[in-house]
Write a protein that binds this ligand. Structure first.
Ligand code: UD1
Length: 363
């Protein structure tokens, strides 16, 4: 029996890990030990994902919580090393680009434990993003690099990483297909959120540090949503970081007219991704879910790692510091008759199986 330790800590990682855990439960020759660093700890950011996505209770909950990047990553590294000393797995599995990803990879590589990085090779080419540093370092430590897109494969090649680079499709597509039957009924949600069926809906999320931690940028984004809310239903579930910054900068008045909610459960998020006429987001995952659910997307960033969503017409970038740019992009996406091309490289919903097959054979 081969043992892997999976390290998760933040919301998008719970989503991705759910697909792999589900597939592993059907296999006799591989065992998973799940570790939650505690990077996300609010019930609405963590527990609800474990219950909705049927993820087993983690074997280890490290409860690290929020801190500066160095302190948070350092505390995780120390705690994860202890887990790995005890468990001695054949391989550590990490996802994406968060501080939990970097800490997990670093703890493993120092102990000569193989690392499987799922969602390897993504690049924004913006080194001011903590995520860009996390993903570059993790890729260069990893033994198996599972890429969701052709662009990711190419990025790794340019950096000289060619061994055990595997194009396997996007594990989030597995989850999107699995979730289809669990999305709440339209009538129920229309009632719960008193949605006006006559009005077009914009579903918005904002949480990236570069958008929330700069007053001018956050003001520009919220002003755009407020303008859009004059003629559309704008739903904005608010991440704790964003909530704190709105308060710090005194921007509460810009929320008038916008339908503010607490962070949403996965299934309610999927409902709005399907129901909305346009999605406005700075999340990586939601850009792709917009594509999966065929909803046009406006990404409030100056670049994206998911370049194919833009080149194939599903997604447009809008400058976060420009209220006008955001409003113009939303109107264009709302009324665009542009043909959108398929992005079949995201796979067919069997990415988790493909990853496990490689791990069982190789680790
Ligand atoms: C992290 C990831 C980001 C990912 C995002 C998903 C890093 C560097 N960034 O960003 O790539 O897209 O998760 O959401 O790892 N907070 C709470 N309760 C929680 C969690 C956070 O109140 O359960 C607050 C704290 O004030 C914290 C802030 O949110 O300081 C930011 O949380 P953190 O986990 O550091 O980063 P995210 O912005 O969530």
């Amino acid at each position: 029996m081969k043992k892997i330790v999976t390290i998760v800590g933040a919301r998008p990682q719970f989503i991705k890990a759910s697909a792999l855990s589900r597939a592993i439960r059907n296999k006799a020759d591989i065992q998973e030990v799940l570790v939650h660093t505690g990077q996300h700890y609010d019930a609405s950011m963590s527990d609800v994902f474990f219950s909705d996505l049927e993820i087993p209770k983690p074997a280890y909950s490290l409860n690290i919580g929020s801190a500066s990047h160095g302190e948070q990553t350092g505390k995780m590294l120390e705690a994860l090393e202890k887990v790995l000393v005890k468990e001695r797995p054949a391989c550590v599995v990490v996802y994406g680009d968060t501080n939990s990803t970097l800490a997990g990879a670093l703890a493993a590589v120092k102990m000569h434990i193989q690392i499987a990085h799922i969602e390897a090779g993504l690049r924004s080419f913006n080194r001011a993003m903590p995520e860009e540093i996390n993903r570059i370092l993790t890729d260069h430590m990893s033994s198996y690099l599972f890429c969701s897109t052709n662009a990711a494969l190419k990025n790794l090649q340019i950096e000289g990483i060619t061994k055990n680079v595997i194009a396997c499709g996007d594990i989030m597509y597995d989850v999107a297909l699995w979730a289809q039957k669990k999305v709440p009924a339209s009538d129920e949600m229309i009632q719960k959120y008193t949605l006006n069926k006559e009005q077009k809906t914009v579903f918005a999320t904002v949480h990236r540090a570069e958008n929330t931690d700069n007053e001018k940028v956050l003001r520009a984004i919220l002003s755009a949503l407020q303008i859009l809310a004059q003629s559309h239903t704008v739903i904005l579930p608010v991440h704790p970081r964003t909530k704190a910054k709105i308060k710090d900068f005194g921007l509460e008045s810009l929320l008038q007219g916008i339908r503010i909610t607490e962070p949403m459960s996965f299934f309610e998020t999927v409902f709005f991704e399907q129901y909305a006429n346009v999605i406005v987001t700075d999340s990586g995952g939601i850009q792709k879910e917009a594509y999966f659910h065929k909803t046009p997307c406006v990404t409030i960033r100056t670049e994206t790692e998911w370049v194919e969503t833009v080149t194939r017409g599903w997604n447009v970038l809008a400058k976060p510091a420009s209220t006008q740019d955001i409003c113009t992009a939303v109107h264009a996406q709302m009324h665009s008759a542009k043909t959108r091309e398929d992005i079949s490289e995201y796979g067919n919903g069997t990415t988790a199986e493909a990853i496990i097959d490689v791990l069982i054979k190789s680790i």
